[in-house]
Design a protein around this ligand. Structure first.
Ligand SMILES: C[S@@+](CC[C@H](N)C(=O)[O-])C[C@H]1O[C@@H](n2cnc3c(N)ncnc32)[C@H](O)[C@@H]1O
Length: 249
């Protein structure tokens, strides 16, 4: 069998997220934590238009934000890698006829269609660093020329609380994928306590060419992140293996 590191990495991350959702409902406390409620209100306040036609939310989880934004859109599709999260979202979505939910790994594919709003909130850290630029390109491709991309991510200093996140993934670096590499225009940017919100629009002059030097820098920094992450994961696995072996004696 051919060894496919990318597939192995993707599936292990997806398995962890699925297990996290299976363990408990609303594992991050999106429905109960005041911090999350405030984050959602701040995010909604950044939206530029009163109403959107066709929206996509990637990494929608159980739909906590999808349902809040539902009365600003004609239709919203929420996708998430966790089947459990999507089945909970779909169940609740029965009361919101303009919402649809689908299980999907955005590292592998994105839904077909053209959207005038794409929401990506607290998701990009989970995408393998070597897949991120492609996923970002895919999102840009699905955005109408006048469409808007809404990004929300924790600052670098806050983003290591989830142990499986690739070390460097703060909003600073993640949002730059869209602004620096894909040349998207910043309509609005808000630096909040611990996280950043950015509303971006495509640069209609951008022909898809990315500066080679910038690309090399990105590859080097991704490689560093992956090596550090894999080293830490291996060390953790080794430590728990040794502990288990010692306890057996
Ligand atoms: C921290 S939660 C954020 C949920 C929601 N966007 C919010 O801000 O309330 C991250 C979500 O991204 C999802 N996710 C992570 N990697 C993904 C992938 N490759 N494809 C689709 N969803 C993914 C997780 O399952 C999880 O529901």
């Amino acid at each position: 069998m051919k060894w496919r590191a990318d597939v192995i990495k993707r599936s292990s991350q997806a398995d962890r997220l699925e297990a996290f959702y299976q363990e408990t409902e609303d594992p991050w406390g999106f429905e109960t934590e005041a911090y999350e409620r405030d984050r959602y209100q701040a995010t909604l306040a950044v939206l530029d238009r009163v109403r959107y036609e066709n929206a996509l939310e990637v990494g929608c989880g159980e739909g906590a934000f999808t349902f809040l934004v539902a009365d600003r859109v004609n239709h919203i599709l929420g996708v998430d890698v966790s089947e459990t999260a999507i089945s909970r979202a779909s169940r609740r979505g029965v009361s919101f006829p303009n919402t649809t939910f689908r299980t999907m790994d955005i590292g592998a594919s994105l839904p077909a269609g053209e959207f005038d709003l794409i929401i990506c909130s607290e998701v990009f850290y989970y995408i393998h660093p070597f897949q991120r630029l492609n996923v970002a390109r895919g999102m840009l491709k699905r955005l109408r020329p006048e469409g808007e991309l809404l990004l929300v991510h924790s600052n670098r200093s806050e983003s290591t609380t989830w142990p499986d996140v690739y070390g460097e993934g703060g909003a600073e670096g993640l949002h730059a994928l869209f602004t620096r590499y894909l040349r998207m225009n910043v309509i609005e940017e808000r630096l909040m306590q611990g996280y950043q919100i950015a509303l971006l629009r495509p640069d209609t002059q951008f022909d898809g060419t990315i500066n080679r030097l910038a690309l090399v820098r990105l590859i080097v920094s991704n490689a560093r992140a992956v090596v550090t992450h894999d080293f830490c994961e291996t060390a953790r696995a080794l430590k728990s293996g040794v502990k288990r072996a010692l306890n057996r004696d």
